[in-house]
Design a protein. Sequence first.
Length: 150
Amino acid sequence: MIRRLPLALAVLALAGLAGSCRRAEAPLALNQKGPEPRRIAMGQLVRLEDYLVPGKTTIFDFYSDFCPPCRAIKPLVEKLHESRYDVAVVEVDVNRAGVTGVIDWQSPVVAEFHLESIPHFKVFDPTGQLIADGDPAFQLVEQWIQAASF
């Protein structure tokens, strides 16, 4: 299944990177706003619950530096993190250390979350309950980005 990313594709078209990526630290305190999203996993197993930010909507962004759509949407998700005090973004890098140039579809974190495509989002409400996963989460994040009109 190829993920179509309306917002990200516009960015990709401008960058000449159109394509699809298909399968072939401690949490911040409530009153602390990080300058950039926390990056976790690096391909290894991870407990998302350990990185929920109490009192904030937490977006987990599963990505790879070698995925053009991931790279296209990443700055927009980071701006969402920077501009909305009620939202925290945690970047979940699917690539293990030493795996470069390709998306690491064999990594433990890919298997753990049964990822078929990236970028992939999971959104948790301020109480830590999962409210959206996969395509519904992507649509929710996309709506927030469009509403923020960066």
